[in-house]
Design a protein around this ligand. Structure first.
Ligand SMILES: [Zn+2]
Ligand SMILES: [Zn+2]
Length: 247
């Protein structure tokens, strides 16, 4: 790690400690320390909750009288179903970007609370697993955003979280790739940690991630976890890309 990278890390740590609980996660205006989720009322209202009749697979809202959306009619995932709280638009996107790339670990507690209050996928779950990031990415970012969300959700739900998967370095960044290209890029990069095989067998597993884009990351994780023969695997994320905005 270069000196500039080290200094950036120290700066982000100080900012993390100073700003926690006093500014809106989205617009950074001051908020009362007891405000829900550390969001100002304007930004909270702007969050676009995924609601109404939902696709039983990916959790997106449905326009037509069907059980599954057009995309899920043609795709099979390795998980049984997904739930996401909000559409990944400007508001949710700003929160996620500040959390992930701004080194703001304290966001995790608030984002996890938003997930806990807006999702109903925790009942009957035996274990929480999170999407891993590669060692290089962890070094660069300083933390795994999905791991922190999973750990806070574990505290809120009382469901145990386990470090079940590892991830190799991917050849290219996933950003901007089509679903097919994402799958190819991710194929074989997730590995189940052998010591967890017995813990996962016959269990109902919930995988946590920050954003559901095409579902390929979560599907690859579920595919790898299936090697341990769990009973069922479902997934949950804070945000989800709107179906019609995918290529
Ligand atoms: Zn705000
Ligand atoms: Zn769907």
């Amino acid at each position: 790690m270069s000196l500039i990278e080290k200094l950036k890390k120290v700066y982000l740590k100080c900012e993390d400690a100073l700003m926690s609980n006093y500014s809106c996660l989205c617009c950074e205006r001051e908020v009362p320390s007891d405000s829900d989720y550390s969001l100002c009322s304007d930004c909270y209202k702007k969050l676009n909750k995924i609601s109404g009749r939902l696709c039983t697979v990916c959790g997106d809202s449905l326009a037509a009288e069907s059980m599954e959306c057009m995309l899920c009619n043609n795709i099979s995932y390795s998980f049984a179903s997904n739930q996401s709280c909000f559409y990944y638009d400007e508001t949710a996107g700003t929160i996620i970007k500040s959390y992930k790339y701004g080194g703001r670990k304290y966001y995790a507690e608030h984002i996890a609370k938003l997930m806990f209050d807006n999702l109903n996928c925790f009942k009957g779950i035996d274990l929480i697993v999170y999407v891993p990031i590669s060692k290089n990415k962890n070094k660069l970012r300083g933390f795994n955003q999905s791991e922190l969300l999973a750990k806070h959700l574990s505290k809120l739900t009382g469901i145990k979280v386990i470090d079940a998967l590892s991830k190799d370095e991917v050849k290219f960044s996933q950003a901007g790739l089509s679903r097919e290209a994402r799958l190819k890029n991710l194929s074989g990069t997730f590995h189940i940690k052998a010591e967890n095989n017995d813990k996962l067998k016959g269990k109902n597993i919930l995988i946590i991630d920050d954003v559901f884009t095409t579902g390929s990351t979560l599907s690859e994780c579920a595919k790898e976890l299936k090697k341990a023969k769990p009973k069922k695997i479902i997934t949950a994320t804070f945000a989800k890309t709107k179906l019609n905005s995918l290529n």
